[in-house]
Design a protein around this ligand. Structure first.
Ligand code: DHB
Ligand code: MG
Length: 228
Protein backbone atom coordinates (compact mmCIF):
# COMPACT_ATOMS: atom_id res chain seq x y z
CA UNK A 1 0.00 0.00 0.00
CA UNK A 2 1.47 3.32 -1.11
CA UNK A 3 1.02 5.30 2.07
CA UNK A 4 3.28 8.17 0.93
CA UNK A 5 1.14 8.69 -2.19
CA UNK A 6 -2.05 8.65 -0.11
CA UNK A 7 -0.47 11.27 2.14
CA UNK A 8 0.64 13.54 -0.71
CA UNK A 9 -2.82 13.37 -2.30
CA UNK A 10 -4.35 14.13 1.10
CA UNK A 11 -2.03 17.13 1.49
CA UNK A 12 -2.85 18.35 -2.03
CA UNK A 13 -6.61 18.01 -1.57
CA UNK A 14 -6.73 19.49 1.90
CA UNK A 15 -4.55 22.39 0.67
CA UNK A 16 -7.09 23.03 -2.08
CA UNK A 17 -10.36 22.36 -0.28
CA UNK A 18 -9.96 22.88 3.47
CA UNK A 19 -9.94 26.56 4.41
CA UNK A 20 -7.20 27.65 6.82
CA UNK A 21 -8.42 27.64 10.37
CA UNK A 22 -5.76 28.53 12.92
CA UNK A 23 -7.78 27.02 15.79
CA UNK A 24 -8.07 23.66 14.06
CA UNK A 25 -4.39 23.67 13.06
CA UNK A 26 -3.39 24.61 16.59
CA UNK A 27 -5.61 21.90 18.04
CA UNK A 28 -3.85 19.22 15.98
CA UNK A 29 -0.49 20.58 17.13
CA UNK A 30 -1.57 20.77 20.77
CA UNK A 31 -2.88 17.20 20.69
CA UNK A 32 0.32 15.84 19.14
CA UNK A 33 2.51 17.78 21.58
CA UNK A 34 0.46 16.49 24.52
CA UNK A 35 1.18 12.94 23.35
CA UNK A 36 -2.43 12.05 22.57
CA UNK A 37 -2.75 9.02 20.28
CA UNK A 38 -2.85 10.22 16.66
CA UNK A 39 -6.51 9.33 16.35
CA UNK A 40 -7.78 12.78 15.35
CA UNK A 41 -9.73 12.64 12.08
CA UNK A 42 -7.82 14.10 9.12
CA UNK A 43 -8.57 17.64 7.92
CA UNK A 44 -10.48 16.30 4.89
CA UNK A 45 -12.45 13.95 7.14
CA UNK A 46 -13.21 16.78 9.55
CA UNK A 47 -14.46 18.75 6.58
CA UNK A 48 -16.73 15.83 5.64
CA UNK A 49 -18.21 15.80 9.16
CA UNK A 50 -18.70 19.55 8.94
CA UNK A 51 -20.36 19.38 5.51
CA UNK A 52 -22.73 16.58 6.54
CA UNK A 53 -23.74 18.47 9.68
CA UNK A 54 -24.24 21.65 7.64
CA UNK A 55 -26.25 19.83 4.97
CA UNK A 56 -28.77 18.60 7.52
CA UNK A 57 -28.70 21.94 9.39
CA UNK A 58 -27.82 20.13 12.60
CA UNK A 59 -28.89 21.92 15.76
CA UNK A 60 -27.97 19.13 18.16
CA UNK A 61 -24.94 16.91 17.81
CA UNK A 62 -23.67 14.07 19.99
CA UNK A 63 -20.08 12.88 19.78
CA UNK A 64 -19.00 9.64 21.45
CA UNK A 65 -15.23 9.90 21.99
CA UNK A 66 -13.80 13.43 22.27
CA UNK A 67 -10.04 12.77 22.36
CA UNK A 68 -8.54 16.28 22.04
CA UNK A 69 -11.62 17.84 20.49
CA UNK A 70 -10.43 18.20 16.88
CA UNK A 71 -13.50 16.60 15.31
CA UNK A 72 -15.57 18.32 18.01
CA UNK A 73 -14.48 21.73 16.72
CA UNK A 74 -15.28 20.75 13.13
CA UNK A 75 -18.77 19.63 14.17
CA UNK A 76 -19.32 22.64 16.44
CA UNK A 77 -18.41 24.95 13.53
CA UNK A 78 -21.33 23.44 11.59
CA UNK A 79 -23.98 24.02 14.30
CA UNK A 80 -26.69 26.39 13.29
CA UNK A 81 -27.20 29.32 15.65
CA UNK A 82 -28.36 28.29 19.10
CA UNK A 83 -27.21 24.73 18.38
CA UNK A 84 -25.65 22.47 21.01
CA UNK A 85 -23.09 19.70 20.99
CA UNK A 86 -22.46 17.13 23.72
CA UNK A 87 -19.23 15.14 23.55
CA UNK A 88 -18.36 12.15 25.74
CA UNK A 89 -14.86 11.33 26.96
CA UNK A 90 -13.67 8.75 29.48
CA UNK A 91 -10.10 10.00 29.90
CA UNK A 92 -9.91 13.11 32.14
CA UNK A 93 -6.54 14.17 30.67
CA UNK A 94 -7.93 14.05 27.12
CA UNK A 95 -11.06 15.90 28.26
CA UNK A 96 -8.94 18.66 29.81
CA UNK A 97 -6.95 19.12 26.60
CA UNK A 98 -10.21 19.15 24.60
CA UNK A 99 -11.69 21.71 26.99
CA UNK A 100 -8.77 24.07 26.40
CA UNK A 101 -8.90 23.56 22.61
CA UNK A 102 -12.64 24.21 22.56
CA UNK A 103 -12.34 27.28 24.80
CA UNK A 104 -9.65 28.72 22.54
CA UNK A 105 -11.82 28.16 19.48
CA UNK A 106 -14.73 29.94 21.21
CA UNK A 107 -16.98 26.93 21.83
CA UNK A 108 -17.14 26.78 25.61
CA UNK A 109 -20.80 27.86 25.38
CA UNK A 110 -22.38 25.51 22.86
CA UNK A 111 -20.22 22.46 23.63
CA UNK A 112 -20.54 20.34 26.76
CA UNK A 113 -17.91 17.69 27.54
CA UNK A 114 -19.21 14.86 29.71
CA UNK A 115 -16.54 12.92 31.53
CA UNK A 116 -16.89 9.20 32.15
CA UNK A 117 -17.34 5.90 30.36
CA UNK A 118 -19.50 6.58 27.32
CA UNK A 119 -22.02 3.83 28.10
CA UNK A 120 -22.76 5.48 31.47
CA UNK A 121 -23.01 8.96 29.97
CA UNK A 122 -25.31 7.66 27.24
CA UNK A 123 -27.59 5.99 29.80
CA UNK A 124 -27.66 9.27 31.69
CA UNK A 125 -28.54 11.28 28.58
CA UNK A 126 -31.47 8.93 27.98
CA UNK A 127 -32.66 9.09 31.60
CA UNK A 128 -32.46 12.90 31.51
CA UNK A 129 -34.67 12.91 28.43
CA UNK A 130 -31.82 14.55 26.50
CA UNK A 131 -31.85 14.51 22.72
CA UNK A 132 -32.90 13.50 20.18
CA UNK A 133 -29.78 14.54 18.31
CA UNK A 134 -29.67 15.44 14.62
CA UNK A 135 -26.21 13.94 14.12
CA UNK A 136 -24.26 11.39 16.17
CA UNK A 137 -20.56 10.70 15.61
CA UNK A 138 -19.34 7.41 17.11
CA UNK A 139 -15.55 7.47 17.51
CA UNK A 140 -14.64 5.91 20.86
CA UNK A 141 -13.44 2.40 21.85
CA UNK A 142 -14.51 0.32 18.87
CA UNK A 143 -15.17 -2.87 20.87
CA UNK A 144 -18.22 -1.12 22.35
CA UNK A 145 -19.58 0.20 19.05
CA UNK A 146 -22.61 -2.14 19.15
CA UNK A 147 -23.64 -0.80 22.57
CA UNK A 148 -23.05 2.80 21.45
CA UNK A 149 -25.24 2.24 18.41
CA UNK A 150 -28.04 0.92 20.62
CA UNK A 151 -27.95 4.03 22.79
CA UNK A 152 -27.61 6.24 19.73
CA UNK A 153 -30.87 4.88 18.35
CA UNK A 154 -32.61 5.78 21.61
CA UNK A 155 -31.22 9.31 21.17
CA UNK A 156 -32.25 9.64 17.50
CA UNK A 157 -35.26 10.87 15.56
CA UNK A 158 -36.32 10.06 12.02
CA UNK A 159 -33.66 11.79 9.94
CA UNK A 160 -30.79 11.56 12.43
CA UNK A 161 -27.48 10.86 10.72
CA UNK A 162 -25.18 8.43 12.57
CA UNK A 163 -21.54 8.35 11.50
CA UNK A 164 -19.02 5.76 12.70
CA UNK A 165 -15.27 6.26 12.34
CA UNK A 166 -12.66 3.54 11.76
CA UNK A 167 -14.90 0.80 10.44
CA UNK A 168 -12.47 -0.68 7.91
CA UNK A 169 -9.39 -1.01 10.10
CA UNK A 170 -6.78 -1.56 7.42
CA UNK A 171 -9.13 -4.02 5.73
CA UNK A 172 -9.38 -6.31 8.75
CA UNK A 173 -13.13 -5.76 8.95
CA UNK A 174 -13.68 -8.32 6.18
CA UNK A 175 -11.97 -11.07 8.20
CA UNK A 176 -14.53 -12.90 10.37
CA UNK A 177 -11.81 -14.89 12.15
CA UNK A 178 -9.89 -11.93 13.54
CA UNK A 179 -9.41 -12.07 17.33
CA UNK A 180 -9.07 -8.25 17.57
CA UNK A 181 -11.92 -7.09 19.85
CA UNK A 182 -12.03 -3.72 18.05
CA UNK A 183 -12.58 -5.38 14.68
CA UNK A 184 -15.13 -7.75 16.23
CA UNK A 185 -16.93 -4.73 17.69
CA UNK A 186 -16.97 -3.06 14.30
CA UNK A 187 -18.23 -6.26 12.61
CA UNK A 188 -21.09 -6.52 15.10
CA UNK A 189 -21.81 -2.81 14.54
CA UNK A 190 -22.01 -3.46 10.77
CA UNK A 191 -24.36 -6.41 11.47
CA UNK A 192 -26.64 -4.07 13.39
CA UNK A 193 -26.50 -1.45 10.62
CA UNK A 194 -27.42 -4.18 8.15
CA UNK A 195 -30.27 -5.72 10.10
CA UNK A 196 -31.99 -2.89 11.96
CA UNK A 197 -34.99 -1.91 9.82
CA UNK A 198 -34.76 1.66 11.13
CA UNK A 199 -31.31 2.13 9.58
CA UNK A 200 -30.24 2.70 5.97
CA UNK A 201 -26.47 2.55 5.85
CA UNK A 202 -23.33 2.57 3.81
CA UNK A 203 -19.60 2.42 4.41
CA UNK A 204 -17.04 4.41 2.43
CA UNK A 205 -13.49 3.06 2.51
CA UNK A 206 -10.88 5.80 2.88
CA UNK A 207 -7.15 6.13 2.31
CA UNK A 208 -5.05 9.15 3.19
CA UNK A 209 -2.81 10.50 5.91
CA UNK A 210 -4.62 8.26 8.39
CA UNK A 211 -3.85 5.10 6.42
CA UNK A 212 -6.57 2.75 5.20
CA UNK A 213 -9.87 2.93 7.08
CA UNK A 214 -13.48 3.95 6.54
CA UNK A 215 -16.58 5.80 7.64
CA UNK A 216 -20.00 4.24 8.22
CA UNK A 217 -22.91 6.56 7.49
CA UNK A 218 -26.45 5.62 8.54
CA UNK A 219 -29.75 7.42 8.24
CA UNK A 220 -32.32 6.71 10.95
CA UNK A 221 -35.89 6.04 9.85
CA UNK A 222 -39.13 6.47 11.82
CA UNK A 223 -39.73 4.61 15.08
CA UNK A 224 -42.61 2.72 13.42
CA UNK A 225 -39.89 0.67 11.70
CA UNK A 226 -38.64 -0.61 15.07
CA UNK A 227 -38.53 -4.39 15.35
CA UNK A 228 -40.08 -4.49 18.80
C1 DHB B 1 -7.94 4.09 16.56
C2 DHB B 1 -9.04 4.81 17.00
C3 DHB B 1 -9.50 5.88 16.27
O1 DHB B 1 -10.59 6.59 16.64
C4 DHB B 1 -8.86 6.27 15.11
O2 DHB B 1 -9.39 7.31 14.42
C5 DHB B 1 -7.75 5.55 14.66
C6 DHB B 1 -7.30 4.47 15.40
C7 DHB B 1 -7.48 2.93 17.35
O3 DHB B 1 -8.04 2.67 18.42
O4 DHB B 1 -6.57 2.25 16.90
MG1 MG C 1 -11.44 7.63 14.97
Amino acid sequence: MDYSKWKSVDDYLSGMLVPDDPFLTETLQTNALAGLPAYDVSPLQGRLLYLLAKAIEAKSILEIGTLGGYSTIWLARALSSGGRLITLERNPDYAEIARRNLDRAGFSGPVEIRLGPAAQSLAQLVSEGNGPFDLIFIDADKANNPEYLGWSLKLSHAGTVIIGDNVVRNGDVADPTTPDPCVQGVRRFIDLLATNPRLSSTVIQTVGCKGYDGFAIALVGPESLNII
